[in-house]
Ligand binder design. Sequence first.
Ligand code: TYD
Ligand code: MG
Length: 462
Amino acid sequence: MARAEKRFVCGDCGAARPRWAGRCDACGAWNSIAEEVPPTAAPRGLGEGKGRVIDFLPLDGPGGVLGRRPCGIGEIDRVVGGGFVPGSAVLLAGDPGIGKSTLLLQAAAALAGRGGRIAYISGEEGLEQIRMRAARLGLGNAPVGLAAAIDVRDIATSVADGTPPDMVVIDSIQTMYLDTLDSAPGTVAQVRGSAQELIRLAKRTGTVLVLVGHVTKEGQIAGPRVLEHMVDCVLYFEGERGHQFRIVRAIKNRFGPTDEIGVFEMTDRGLAEIPNPSSLFVDPERGPVPGAAVFAGVEGSRPVLVEIQALVAPGPAGSPRRTVVGWDAGRLAMVLAVLEARAGLRLSVCDVYLNVAGGLRITEPAADLAVAAALASSAANRALDHGAVIFGEVGLAGEVRPVSQGEARLKEAAKLGFTHALAPVPDRAQGGEAEGQGIAVRRLTHVRDLVALFPPEAGPVR
Ligand code: TYD
Ligand code: MG
């Protein structure tokens, strides 16, 4: 018999290796590797035994159009693609304390209020604690079936018993325990094994399975990344500790668009929907300030205006500071280099701080021009007129490139009372932008034109 080899598994990405190491070479996580009991039977080839012949069926047939189950909380339904899909598995991942249990209790109560049968299973909190939270959220009377359990076998038996529920919430997958595995709850093997059983159960019964996954920095328990490939939809719950805003972002969705966001505010009565997030991230009352630029962005299917703030200050000799919150540091370095090389703005000797207001994280290249404007404005100590929004991608030659959904961006800006925009020349191949969205548009073709808007002296730039 083969000797049972030791196996060390990364709690973040699930990669297995023969020896312990401080850093996982598959995903780069530190301190995430722990010893695991290896699978007992070594995998073998198929051998001589014959399998069953599978029937191949046409693409269109019953089940082609899935009946979705919207819970009625618009921001949640939006990120899952218009409602939960029966039989699908959704992973809601986020830092501990961000509000996952609160959000799911609200979603469960909302779906139950529409006649759905819900099983809310908590492996972390006792029934009294969940009832206390429900009472605080004003949901004490919602017909949600509550249980405190961690044994996957018990859960599977209960869910398959009689009419299966419309939705099962498992809070959290890291507390679940599968008795066929030797390892403790929270290990990669347990998290994967439990999730596999629960997903199989969901597919069989047509119930919506929602798994909570804690993101862990220390790697004592397996992170949600080991599950991402198994589930149909991965939602990340984000937010800065100091801010009330919470953003649910779809990063994978087999039944809907990704990069869609749902925006919430944490209040003392739970998470409140923010159907119009632009109002959160820009303050139309604020006067002109040097270094501030309003970016007309698009998050998923929805335009969102957000203020970008820059501070450029002369730094001590040596290596200048670059601090970024809410944007990519590499992208900032590129914009700084382009401004210096193509528009003659001497920024390499300055400390630069860049911040996206409200704790939002922007990934669109369309923010380049707004970042450049915030930097140029701060460097010249000249405010951009606060009635202006900006968008556009910046290329390495300093050219301003067109971006998608220009029309939606302009419309949103006009709706919020902005009077003019700095934007790239639209791409005719994409049909361009219908002019006259109630907003005056100034077309920029090169970052030089942008920097020229900030001469050393005069009033605010229009
Ligand atoms: P919780 O849903 O328990 O987080 P998670 O399940 O992601 O660990 O929420 C925890 C935080 O939310 C906690 O710090 C208190 C806060 N909170 C409110 O601000 N208002 C509320 O109505 C509720 C229920 C929680
Ligand atoms: Mg919780």
